[in-house]
Design a protein around this ligand. Structure first.
Ligand code: BJW
Ligand code: ZN
Length: 255
């Protein structure tokens, strides 16, 4: 494959080649994961700093874990909220804002709950795993923003006194059907799809690139390391998203 890391072309030559596809594209979809916020100082899930105490995300991000020990799960979320609260978007987030401004039909699908894409200025945005700054009442279902850090543990609903949970999607829970349909449409229509900073291990997002590819999109991946997608994509760039994405914007639209 011409754009694969195994080819002898330099990164800038391969970025220029991708830019030739991106420039005329009217429909572009982007999927981001925790890796895009790593350069903002937010640990990824499956990286060395992703562990909290001795727990893996698969043990805490589940409805069963919350039912069994809501305080433990809230302590994890409170730790993450405190960590995210003073973090800012990085050049990779801003590069996607620049792409949105130039591409007529641009859709950014993020698995991240940190809110940094919104903070950077992205508007054509689907937060498919929810948002860590929102809470949802287990009794009345009310969803609200709550930016207190730290939170009182446990937090309760101001309307009905029910227990609140983070308004995020846990393992075993379905994604919001409207959000998923919107994402699916964008993936079907995309001429180019960029996949940035995700290990591509968690479904259904891990299948999005295949859905877009099947519908005819050219796929470009940006990651520090190979993933299950790497061998299947048209372009694979191994490196920091905060360096590569701004270079791609410049290669496509100029400085
Ligand atoms: C850099 C970088 C830099 C670092 N630059 N790169 C089919 C097959 C098998 C299993 C399933 C299946 N379908 C469903 C499942 C089960 C499950 C699943 O996928 N399990 C797998 C573990 C196998 N999926 C689900 O349960 C989903 N629900 C579902 O499918 O429902 C169906 C249903 C229908 C009807 C009724 C009921 C159910 C829901 C999944 C929800 C995932 N939730 C989480 C937590 C969200 C809230 C929170 O944040 O706390 O989402 S888990 C966690 O993983 C989080 C992330 O969004 C998600 C993905 O992680 P991500 O973003 O890829 O991060 P990392 O850390 O894994 O990777 C970072 C990458 O960045 C690395 O590759 C680095 O190299 C790279 N990187 N620095 C570029 N500077
Ligand atoms: Zn309530």
């Amino acid at each position: 494959m011409p754009g694969s890391p195994g080819s002898n072309q330099s990164i800038s030559a391969r970025l220029s080649e991708l830019a030739q596809h991106l420039l005329p594209a009217s429909h572009v979809a982007v999927l981001t994961g925790a890796g895009i916020s790593q350069e903002s100082g937010i640990p990824t899930f499956r990286g060395p700093e992703g562990l909290w105490r001795q727990y893996r995300p698969e043990e805490l991000a589940t409805p069963a874990a919350f039912r069994q020990n809501p305080r433990l799960v809230w302590e994890w979320y409170d730790w993450r909220r405190c960590l995210i609260a003073d973090k800012s978007p990085n050049p990779a987030h801003y590069a996607l804002v620049a792409l949105e401004a130039r591409i007529p039909e641009f859709t950014l699908i993020t698995q991240n709950v940190d809110g940094l894409h919104k903070l950077a200025g992205s508007t054509r945005l689907s937060e498919i795993h929810g948002n860590i700054w929102q809470v949802r009442c287990l009794d009345c279902g009310r969803v609200g923003e709550d930016r207190r850090v730290p939170l009182p543990l446990l937090p309760y609903c101001p309307e009905c006194g029910g227990l609140l949970r983070p308004n995020v999607v846990w393992f075993g829970e379905p994604l919001d059907v409207d959000i998923l349909n919107q994402a699916q449409l964008a993936l079907q229509q995309a001429q180019v799809m960029l996949v940035v900073g995700t290990s591509a291990l968690v479904q259904p997002a891990a299948s999005f690139a295949y859905w877009a590819q099947k519908a005819g999109a050219l796929i470009a991946e940006f990651n520090l390391e190979p993933t299950p997608l790497t061998g299947q994509v048209d372009f694979s760039f191994l490196g920091m998203a905060g360096e590569l994405l701004p270079q791609l914007v410049t290669a496509t639209f100029g400085a």
